[in-house]
Design a protein around this ligand. Structure first.
Ligand code: ADP
Length: 246
């Protein structure tokens, strides 16, 4: 456990007696990417909700960074530990420039007064520049967020999460609605991020999951159905029967 970034063991949660998550055990190592696949209703969203404290598990152990018990913390406390979550729909400030979106994201942890009165120093400028390079938006820094494509807004939001320096980034279906070129680029940028941070990606797009080139876990009925490389998981007869073959 001590060398894991995220450790779930025997985690369960029921809604009105229905077990959405059933004795789920998952491990993510530091600077590792894990792709989560599985049919609708498998429990992927509920798993993310449990990790981020939106839903409290009925049972099981969840450790962050090998030591912090997440089951007793609320959403804000869990976010403050360094767990960032990217929802499917991008939520950027459309009427602000891309640069200003990132500047606000950078100051957010410093509080509302910092947002109003804090002047950016050179370290902030360097940090924002580096993030914009990672999310492929440096050349667009002075444009309004409203002028970005859907895919670029997703990248901007990933950048806004990076500004808060998460150790673990949870990403929900990032390439839904993206062009093919944006999808390929998204795999590259997430792989780049996963060189220094742990990244968990929930995704349906199998060619994108292939591009991620990461360990894959297939969930079904709230438990792990198969895990390994995408080749191993997609050759698993249970996965073919319950997910890929349908
Ligand atoms: P996935 O994201 O893999 O499609 P979900 O985590 O959304 O799956 O859902 C898992 C199961 O739990 C589904 O059967 C869903 O209907 C059920 N479920 C999820 N959230 C709730 C809730 N708040 N109340 C009742 N049932 C829920």
């Amino acid at each position: 456990k001590i060398d894991t970034m995220l450790y779930l063991d025997g985690v369960s949660v029921a809604f009105d007696g229905f077990k959405a998550i059933n004795k789920l055990s998952i491990i993510v190592h530091p600077a590792e990417m894990l792709a989560i696949i599985g049919p609708n209703g498998a429990g992927k969203t509920t798993m993310m909700d449990i990790i981020t404290g939106k839903t409290r598990p009925d049972d099981g152990e969840i450790l962050f960074n090998g030591r912090t018990d997440l089951t007793q913390l609320d959403e804000a406390a869990i976010a403050n530990l360094g767990i960032g979550r990217k929802f499917q729909k991008p939520t950027v400030f459309e009427s602000q420039t891309i640069w200003d979106n990132l500047e606000m994201a950078l100051r957010k942890p410093r509080g509302i007064f910092a947002t109003l009165f804090y002047a950016s120093d050179q370290a902030d400028v360097d940090h924002i520049t580096e993030i914009l390079e990672t999310v492929r938006l440096l050349s667009r820094k002075d444009d309004l967020a409203a002028d970005l494509s859907h895919g670029q807004k997703q990248w901007l939001e990933i950048g806004m999460l990076l500004a808060q320096d998460p150790k673990l980034l949870l990403v929900d279906e990032p390439v839904a609605g993206m062009t093919d070129a944006e999808t390929v680029e998204t795999a590259k940028l997430l792989k780049q991020i996963a060189k220094t941070r742990s990244v968990v990606v929930v995704e349906h797009d199998m060619s994108f999951v292939r591009d991620l080139d990461s360990r894959v876990t297939c969930l079904a009925e709230g438990s792990v159905l198969a895990e390994g490389s995408l080749e191993q998981v997609s050759a698993n007869p249970h996965v073919i029967e319950r997910y890929l073959g349908r």
